[in-house]
Design a protein around this ligand. Sequence first.
Ligand SMILES: Cc1cn([C@H]2C[C@H](O)[C@@H](COP(=O)(O)OP(=O)(O)O[C@H]3O[C@H](C)C(=O)[C@H](O)[C@H]3O)O2)c(=O)[nH]c1=O
Length: 181
Amino acid sequence: MNVITTPLEGVLVIEPRVFGDDRGYFFESYNARRFKELSGVDPVFVQDNHSRSAKGVLRGLHYQIQQAQGKLVRVTEGAVFDVAVDLRKSSPTFGQWFGIELSAENKRQLWIPAGFAHGFVVTSDVASFLYKTTDYWAPEFERAVLWNDPAIGIEWPLDGEPQLSGKDQVAALLADAEVFA
Ligand SMILES: Cc1cn([C@H]2C[C@H](O)[C@@H](COP(=O)(O)OP(=O)(O)O[C@H]3O[C@H](C)C(=O)[C@H](O)[C@H]3O)O2)c(=O)[nH]c1=O
């Protein structure tokens, strides 16, 4: 397992060790001891989520302003472009984004601590997106920042307009969003 830092302090790329043989492959998709050893982070996950979407679906940019969730995300079918945005006002990278392709093929994962907005766009015909969270879903605390806010300037790999949920179509601009200390 490799843990790779990103320009956003705290956001980490995880590359699991994959054991292939003539039957197929095996890899540990999560190991708390190894994760802590290599990342210094010791999250307690309380929820596993799974969403499946077609090409061009964009889910995000979401976060919970209270009961903020750390997320360990991965793709088991297809591919997505996954993005974290720093919403920590005191951070030198406040408002900056980091994006990476996560796919069933590259088996990469992204660790997104509390304090970040998160979203992804599906780049394959279909994608299954699985993730663990460090706090429970709390709809009353859910917030969203607009996927194409020019103040953030995410370079989404899109063929045309994305498919958004109603709430994502009317998400807040960063300048108007509730953010973290
Ligand atoms: C997030 C969540 C949703 N739901 C229910 C609520 C709705 O009836 C349905 C779809 O919810 P939503 O449209 O908010 O799903 P996404 O747009 O995929 O939301 C997620 O998108 C981005 C990528 C994130 O990082 C968050 O985990 C999360 O906000 O599932 C639940 O029952 N539990 C949950 O934890």
